[in-house]
Every structure is written in structure tokens, then in C-alpha cells.
Ligand binder design. Structure first.
Ligand code: PLP
Length: 379
């Protein structure tokens, strides 16, 4: 699949990479020849754990592999059930299926893109082992309520914080509430390593197991050789990717701040426009605005609108997916529309461009084009 960034005057995102710093790191790696499990990897992991205030952070090849290992180390097995927020990139549900467990999708709230805590308990059965909470688009889920339910029913909590580095619910960073938190560093995320991810935890037992499993299931013996005690994986992040991660972590707060500034411009310019609904800010959270997602009125043809934006070289996309409505999950008995809020968001959400280097003129260009597209519906 080819990257579309060059096709658009205003793409969805532009990674903020300091080419000079990256070149220095690449030169260093080329000279010392250490391309895996080197100093950049340990530095990246240290920076992540310090930033998040957690004891352990393991860089992984993606958020998908981080989620996969999380389920395994928590002991979720074939035949178990896992509650999953329905409105997410399907990796969140796929990993549950990959271990032979059943994803039980729960609808999102009408006014947020996140799991509705009120609907979790009715989905719990004697087979339920864990809840995967998604912080959609970097908007934090209601973690205090979710943790209370998890505690009552003795369920593990995995945070899919793929989009939520530097977002916080009630001042505590996303990814640090649950038993484990998983992050993505795909280029659509706020910081990137090309592909990549991480899993974080405060639990030393889980941490030890994560480290063994991401490294083929091997541990070093006294002679320094690996002994394989489990059937593991190679889910490591390479040294070159980690070097990019170190560069990115040095400015994560600036990246968030610039995204928040651009998002505020959108909020001002898009308020009171017929046909669109914006997310509702709350004192309970801060968000990194990984994506700026709006909801369109039912009568608006989103695909037609997107075509018009594309004609003007503005990139846009849907918000994300109602997993229950995807063919891949229909073997579990779901029909499209079974979870109505998520299904509505899947069909009527729209992601607009947002990146730190966007100027007010760029934002105006997007807003004016959007208004033009909407005007034919509201005469
Ligand atoms: C909520 C969510 N979870 C998981 C993933 C998978 O992340 P990765 O591409 O790093 O595997 C994504 C990717 O878009 C995502 O948005």
C-alpha cells in the first residue's frame, strides 16, 4: 500500500522528525554495527517509562504485538471471553481471536467514542477474563468507572492506548491505569518509529514474562547463551526504529501542545455549523488529539464529501471501525448495526487533517472547504 502523503496539500498528519538528529543516530549505528538490542532501545524504553511514570516499558514491533503479548501474559486462553470496546481499529479485536478467545464487543457512549461503562456488566459471563479499553483518537475512556467494574468481577484491564500517549484521564496518563497499557508508534500516531509499539506495566511478574516472550521465549544462562523456556515470538523493535523513538520522545510534550493548539482552532471555527457534531471537552480529561474526528449528520453523504475534499487536495478518512460490523467478526454472531452508537460513528465520522506544522491558513482552508461541501444540505 502506497503512502498518500505526497498526493495531498494538506495530509491527515505530518510526522515531526528532526532529520539532523536522526542522521547523527543513524551514523552512530552504522559505525558501531549494533542494529538490534542496543543502547537506543534501552534509552527509548527508559524515556517511555519515565515519561509515563511506570516501572517497566518494553518497545515492541507494533501495538498489535503489544496487545497480543499482553493477553498471553495475563493468562487469557482459548475459550475465554474478552470484553472489547467496539469502535476501534480491528487489531484490538483480532488479537483476541488470534489466541482462540472470543471478543465480546461493547457499544460506545452516544457522546464519546469510547466504551460505555454502563454496558460492560451486562456483557460479563463466567468466561470473561479481561477488558480491553480503547482510548479512541487519544480521547480517554472513563477509567475510574471501568476499573471499579473490573475489580468487582476480578477482570484484568488492558488499555489499548495506541492513540493516547500523553492523554490523561483525571490527570493520570492513559496506559498507566490498567494491568498493562499498549501504545502504537505508527506514523498516524503522535510520535512515530515508522512501525512500532510498546507495552508498559508496574507488575514485575508480567514484565519478566513480557521480556521473555518478545525475545523468542529465551532467557540468558550463566554462560550468556539463550535457553528457551517457552515458545515465544520475535516482537522486538529494531535499533534504527528505537533511535527514531528517542528523537521523538525528546519532544513529545511539544508535539501534544502544538496538536492541542490546532485542535482549538478547529473547535472555534467549526462550532455552530449545521450538520456536524464535535467531541465535548471535559475537565475530566486532557487529550493529545491524535485524530480530530467529527460526526456528520445522517443525511450527509460522507463519501461524496470526502471526494470533494480530495479534489481540493485535503486528505480525510473515516473515524475508525465498528468491529462487530466487519466480516471478520461475524462468525461470533454479530450483525451490522447490533451496537448502534458504534455503527453510527463508523458510518458518519470524519477525520480531518491535524499536525503541528499546520498554519491557521491551512485550518481555514479545510474549514471553508468543509462548509462548502455541507452547504448543499442546509439551504
Ligand atoms: C486503537 C488502535 N489499536 C491498535 C492499533 C494497531 O496499532 P499498530 O499499527 O501499531 O499495530 C491501532 C492502529 O491504528 C489503533 O488505532
Amino acid at each position: 500500500m502506497q503512502n498518500d502523503n505526497l498526493k495531498f496539500k494538506i495530509p491527515l498528519i505530518k510526522p515531526e522528525i528532526d532529520a539532523k538528529k536522526l542522521k547523527i543516530a543513524i551514523d552512530k549505528i552504522a559505525r558501531n554495527g549494533i542494529l538490534t538490542k542496543g543502547k537506543y532501545l534501552t534509552t527509548f524504553e527508559k524515556k517511555l517509562s519515565q515519561f509515563l511514570g511506570v516501572k517497566y516499558a518494553f518497545a515492541m514491533s507494533s501495538c498489535t504485538t503489544a496487545l497480543h503479548l499482553s493477553l498471553i501474559v495475563l493468562g487469557v486462553k482459548a475459550g475465554d471471553e474478552v470484553i472489547v470496546s467496539d469502535f476501534s481499529f480491528p487489531a484490538t479485536g483480532n488479537v483476541v481471536v488470534q489466541i482462540g478467545a472470543k471478543p465480546v464487543f461493547v457499544d460506545i457512549e452516544e457522546n464519546s467514542f469510547n466504551i460505555d461503562p454502563e454496558k460492560i456488566e451486562e456483557a460479563i459471563t463466567s468466561k470473561t477474563k479481561a477488558i480491553i479499553v480503547v482510548h479512541a483518537f487519544g480521547l480517554p475512556a472513563k477509567m475510574n468507572k471501568i476499573l471499579k467494574i473490573a475489580k468487582k468481577h476480578k477482570l484484568f484491564v488492558i488499555e489499548d492506548a495506541a492513540c493516547a500517549l500523553d492523554s490523561a484521564w483525571q490527570k493520570k496518563l492513559c496506559g498507566t491505569w490498567g494491568d498493562v497499557g499498549c501504545f502504537s508508534f505508527h506514523p498516524r500516531k503522535t510520535i512515530t518509529t515508522g512501525e512500532g509499539g510498546a507495552v508498559v506495566t508496574n507488575n514485575s511478574k508480567l514484565a519478566k514474562h513480557l521480556e521473555i516472550l518478545r525475545n523468542h521465549g529465551g532467557i540468558k544462562n550463566v554462560a550468556g547463551d539463550l535457553e528457551f523456556i517457552e515458545n515465544g515470538f520475535n516482537y522486538r523493535l529494531s535499533e534504527l526504529q528505537a533511535a527514531l523513538g528517542v528523537e521523538q520522545m525528546s519532544k513529545v510534550r511539544q508535539i501534544t501542545a502544538s496538536r492541542q493548539r490546532i485542535a482549538q482552532m478547529y473547535f472555534k471555527k467549526l462550532s455552530n455549523i449545521d450538520g456536524i457534531r464535535l467531541t465535548i471537552p471535559s475537565k475530566d480529561y486532557t487529550t493529545n488529539f491524535q485524530s480530530f474526528v467529527i460526526l456528520l449528520d445522517k443525511k450527509i453523504d460522507r463519501e461524496d464529501l470526502r471526494k470533494n475534499l480530495t479534489k481540493n487536495k485535503i486528505e480525510s478518512t473515516l473515524g475508525t471501525y465498528a468491529m462487530h460490523a466487519q466480516k471478520a467478526f461475524q462468525k461470533f454472531g454479530y450483525k451490522p448495526g447490533d451496537l448502534p452508537n458504534s455503527y453510527f460513528a463508523y458510518r458518519h465520522s470524519l477525520t480531518l487533517p491535524l499536525y503541528g506544522q499546520m498554519t491557521e491558513k491551512d485550518v481555514d482552508f479545510v474549514v471553508e472547504n468543509l462548509k462548502k461541501c455541507l452547504s448543499k444540505y442546509y439551504v
